[in-house]
Design a protein. Structure first.
Length: 710
């Protein structure tokens, strides 16, 4: 299939060939017929991408602070690499799509194969969209009309928030695509409407839709015109759909409003509010969130859990349906808003038009029907791929942030033959597969695992899939490297162990506990080898807070942060102790109204058979300016202290005082190299099997103890 992507580093738009996505649970697979380029949102993205690095920084001051904090703790070079990687990752464009359902995956859905539907899918021949972000298209609404419904729902949500009543006077500032739809919705609601814009052609359309107009470019003063429009009373409400850095629209909205008037921001403007303009009139000001209730709620959008209609009358999906019904009843006319039509293959020219012609409104992309290549699951990325003899042939499952930025480059630098990369969505595999030099990209993980040309599988997917893929890969006789954790529960561990025990191929299993391979940890291990008495260790991870709704916090998906991340430190303590784990005890902060999540603010105490003791602090409530990781080992009157895998200090160690690196090194490359050497028979397993399972069992035990405390 073909999909439109934009490079955020330089603003270039590209049409790539990618494997068709596989359908996810509570999602709908759609073959696209039309998609709409959003003149406002997508022009902003393209302009942002074309801007300089300094320009990007100025537009995102909050991101600049995050970058500076990261540089303080992890170093300038590591931070630069992370920012560069982020900007060089292309972004899928588009969010208004119409097509035909080809597959559904749900135990309860409104949709069936063959339904014609609207969705917020990107510009792609095939899209996989959550079922709550789709709506059936009425028979008398054409594809060209229906594709405007997602954008229309943005305007509709703004109208709902301003709560207009019959006969009220409402001003719409910005007569662009969303503004012109908003005008029609207000007129259909029985309101008197005035539109403000600098483009006379757009204002002519506004007049056709029943609005009065004001054009500041002709010297007309918006506040004076609005005052006359409201018979001197001030308007009842203002909806701002303009996109500008200026504060003027908000100030004008306040000055033209009546006492206790309402202002809703749908677009993007400067927000330096003048208190007196709002205070004296007791104005209300609200920012509208996209399509309506449910937006950015993972339970609603990704997991498909709907809100009860009796309690939440209008959701994203119901707003989609409402806009489509207005089109069906001829109360919303979007045909005059179509200014350009392009074939998908001509998408680059479509975006050049978007950037150069600011009078554009609705730009439609048309998709060739019955394309034979739409549903292919494997795509060739490298015509001249030549595998190196006697080198592991690797298939990667997953291409998320860590896999693409750290793990794939580590395996590449370690000399692996990168054969195939698999992602459920298809396009991420193409993006990162091309960059790394993979031969193929696929959305069919089963075919990757079964491929006889691949002898090694790397798993870097969401945590709840790890055990399943590990079992499948080991059962197929593949050497398997899984990014932590190995499993989320003891049942999964048992199933993995059973496969290993009964496998005749004796494939190698490795978990990505990279920290034990870092140069600093190797140095610590070497120094500690001269000690014979028990060691005491304090390992502190200043993890930082993440939202409670993030997938890693979900016990069923991410397993929680102890299983998902603190497992690194349990393995590290096991490695430094050099002795088997005896006991595990965990405690977390109390459950209060300020602590929605408690088990990511915890202490884990581990004893070892040789008498050593490790205390692991995993804290999500610290400061980002403090080192993220600190490891301290006390032994025989001496101390080793490591900060952020950059600076190691020795206290009272003969012949050793410090070991500093210019760049943070957590051992990812050395970890991948050790695994590949073992695959080739050059060395034994980098981490013995019994240690992998011992650490996994200890981690699961700690997580279970924490869950039962509150």
């Amino acid at each position: 299939m073909k999909q439109v992507l934009q490079n955020m580093a330089n603003g270039e738009t590209d049409l790539v060939e990618a494997p068709a996505p596989s359908v996810k649970y509570r999602h709908v697979l759609i073959e696209t017929s039309k998609s709409l380029i959003s003149a406002g949102t997508e022009r902003s993205l393209v302009d942002f991408g074309k801007g300089s690095f300094l320009s990007k920084a100025r537009q995102q001051p909050e991101k600049v602070k995050m970058v500076l904090d990261k540089a303080k703790t992890e170093g300038a070079l590591a931070t630069y690499d992370a920012v560069k990687s982020k900007l060089n990752t292309p972004l899928p464009l588009g969010y208004s799509n119409v097509g035909v359902v080809k597959s559904v995956n749900s135990d309860s859905t409104k949709f069936s194969v063959g339904d014609r539907v609207l969705s917020n899918g990107p510009h792609s021949e095939v899209v996989c969209v959550p079922q709550n972000l789709c709506a059936k298209v009425p028979d008398n609404v054409s594809d060209e009309e229906a594709v405007f419904a997602v954008v229309g729902s943005i305007g509709l949500q703004g109208v709902r928030l301003i709560s207009p009543s019959l006969g009220e006077s409402i001003v719409v500032i910005g007569a662009g695509l969303i503004g012109l739809i908003t005008i029609q919705l207000l007129v259909a609601n029985g309101c008197r409407v005035m539109a403000i814009d600098f483009d006379e052609k757009k204002l002519e359309l506004a007049r056709q839709f029943g609005a009065s107009t004001c054009n500041p470019s002709k010297g007309e003063d918006p506040v004076n015109v609005a005052t006359q429009f409201s018979s001197g009373n001030g308007v009842d409400g203002v909806i701002i759909t303009a996109s500008t850095k200026s504060n003027a629209p908000v100030s004008q909205a306040a000055r033209m409003s009546r006492k206790r008037g309402r202002i809703v921001l749908v677009g993007v403007t400067g927000l330096e509010l003048n208190r007196s303009e709002f205070y004296e009139k007791e104005l209300s000001f609200q920012v509208s969130c996209s399509y309506g209730p449910g937006r950015y709620d993972e339970e609603y959008e990704l997991k498909g859990n709907d809100y009860p209609l009796g309690f939440v009358r209008w959701t994203e999906q119901r707003n989609f349906e409402a806009v489509l019904q207005l089109m069906s009843s001829s109360r919303l006319n979007v045909k005059p808003l179509i200014t350009h039509r392009f074939a998908l293959e001509d998408a680059k020219n479509a975006y050049e038009t978007l950037s150069s012609d600011h009078s554009t409104l609705g730009i439609l992309l048309d998709y060739e029907r019955n394309s034979k290549d739409r549903f292919i699951s494997n795509v060739l990325l490298k015509d001249d791929y030549m595998p190196l003899a006697d080198t592991p042939s690797v298939g990667f499952v997953g291409a998320g942030n860590y896999a693409s930025r750290v793990l794939i480059p580590a395996f590449k630098d370690a000399g692996a033959n990168l054969h195939t990369i698999s992602t459920a969505g298809g396009v991420n595999g193409v993006i990162h597969g091309k960059k790394a030099g993979f031969a193929y990209a696929t959305s069919d993980t089963e075919s990757l695992i079964a491929n006889p040309l691949i002898n090694t599988v790397v798993i870097a997917t969401q945590h709840n899939t790890h055990a399943k893929f590990v079992v499948n890969a080991l059962s197929a006789g593949k050497h398997t490297f899984v990014e932590k954790p190995l499993a989320l529960n003891k049942e999964e561990l048992i199933s993995i162990n059973s496969v290993l025990e009964h496998s005749s191929d004796k494939p190698l299993l490795m978990v990505g506990f990279n920290r034990r391979f870092s140069p600093h940890i190797k140095k610590m291990k070497s120094l500690l080898s001269s000690t014979s008495s028990p060691k005491t260790m304090i390992l502190t991870m200043n993890a930082g807070s993440i939202p409670a709704e993030h997938w890693t916090q979900d016990p069923q998906i991410g397993g929680g942060r102890i299983i998902g991340e603190a497992c690194h430190y349990i393995d590290l303590a096991r490695f430094l102790a050099g002795s088997a784990i005896s006991t595990v005890n965990a405690a977390c902060v109390g459950n209060t109204s300020s602590n929605e999540i408690t088990d990511d603010k915890a202490t884990i105490t581990i004893t070892f058979e040789d008498g050593s003791l490790a205390t692991i602090h995993y804290f999500a409530n610290g400061a980002s300016s403090f080192p993220k990781e600190r490891i301290e080992v006390f032994s025989e009157g001496r101390i080793l202290q490591l900060d952020n895998f950059r600076k190691l200090k020795g206290f009272n160690w003969n012949g050793f005082t410090k070991m500093n690196l210019w760049r943070q090194d957590k051992g990812q490359l050395a970890c991948a190299s050790a695994f590949l050497d073992a695959v080739q028979g050059k060395s034994g397993s980098p981490i013995p099997k019994h240690e992998l399972f011992e650490v996994a069992e200890a981690t699961i035990e700690a997580a279970e103890q924490l869950r039962h405390q509150n």
